[in-house]
Design a protein around this ligand. Structure first.
Ligand code: ZN
Length: 199
């Protein structure tokens, strides 16, 4: 924990003063343009990848960047999506997968998750992605699953009424990305015309 406290100290001495004007504006304004849904993986840092300032991204991070499809009932992910889209009025939503994803690796390699029931339940939200990846080339299952999972989560996202309404009214655009950790590159899957990835 000590390096975290040192980080806070350095932030207050160096980073905060450099952006004092920005933070003064942000004290009373919250108007992010983008909802960024990424994996909780510590190596995938939305603001770093996109070089964005505080206030620009509304971020939801879940294991495997999974977005449960809409169902009635309380759900923290659904509430955060609704807040970003219906209240804050974000214009773009990114679902970002990544290389070497632990969640996707567990599915692609069929890991025994009987000792981790919460993870096993949560990863069911990737069932459609897993089903579509069954025919992938040997040796490329993980990369294929990561891509199919982004497409599947974009489809799940569109089942949320706030997103469905914004899409119908042309107020929001959906984007699917994959971040490659060793090269730092970001592939835009939604620029790819393949029908499986049409959100
Ligand atoms: Zn991950």
């Amino acid at each position: 924990m000590r390096h975290l406290a040192q980080g806070i100290d350095r932030f207050q001495r160096e980073a905060f003063p450099a952006k004092a004007g920005l933070f003064a504006r942000l004290a009373t304004t919250h108007q992010p343009g983008t909802l960024f849904i990424g994996c909780s993986d510590a190596r995938v840092v939305p603001e770093l990848i996109t070089q964005t300032d505080p206030g620009e991204l509304f971020v939801i991070r879940t294991a495997g960047n999974l977005v449960p499809a809409h169902t009635p009932g309380a759900d923290g992910v659904a509430a955060s999506i609704e807040y970003a889209v219906a209240v804050l009025g974000v214009r773009d939503i990114v679902v970002c997968g990544h290389s070497a994803c632990g969640a996707m690796t567990a599915l692609a390699e069929g890991h025994d998750l009987s000792g981790a029931p919460a993870i096993a339940d949560w990863l069911r939200h990737a069932d459609a992605a897993l089903a579509r990846t069954a025919a992938a080339d040997d040796g490329h299952e993980l990369a294929a699953l990561v891509r199919q999972n982004v497409a599947a989560q974009l489809a799940n996202l569109a089942t949320h009424p706030s997103v469905a309404r914004a899409l119908a009214e042309g107020r929001v655009r959906l984007h699917g990305w994959v971040f490659d950790i060793p090269t730092g590159t970001v592939e835009d899957l939604t620029a790819d015309p393949r029908p499986a990835l049409a959100a």
